[in-house]
Design a protein around this ligand. Structure first.
Ligand code: SF4
Ligand code: F3S
Length: 108
């Protein structure tokens, strides 16, 4: 079981989630965050902190967001983020968007 971040975070990156995580398992990319599923202790306190409802819990290791979160929080080399900061400047345009924002994703 782990908590994961999905594409609803892309271009928003509010970062309110990181300030509540007791094990500091969020990692930051250019336009989204991910969670390290091996470090997450499934406390669930980050879920209500995300205005985009981008965080969810699953036990499916084949979930595409599991692989994405796992990769970028480890091999992909994104840095750990522990302090909240301003959201992305464009967040109002992309907030609550019903579109699949995957195409906007940037790995670096
Ligand atoms: Fe951190 Fe808890 Fe959210 Fe996991 S569920 S990412 S441990 S706040
Ligand atoms: Fe992203 Fe939501 Fe955190 S938009 S940075 S998962 S608060």
């Amino acid at each position: 079981m782990a908590h994961l971040v999905d594409d609803k975070c892309i271009m928003c990156k509010h970062t309110t989630c990181v300030s509540v995580c007791p094990v500091d398992c969020f990692y930051e990319g250019p336009n989204m965050l991910v969670i390290n599923p091996d470090e997450c202790i499934d406390c669930g306190v980050c879920i209500p902190e995300c205005p985009e409802e981008a965080i969810y819990q699953t036990d499916d290791v084949n979930d595409k967001w599991w692989k994405h979160n796992e990769y970028f929080s480890t091999t992909g080399g994104w840095p750990n983020i522990t302090d909240e900061k301003d959201p992305m400047p464009e967040y109002e345009q992309y907030s609550k968007s019903s579109e699949d924002k995957t195409k906007l994703f940037k790995a670096k």
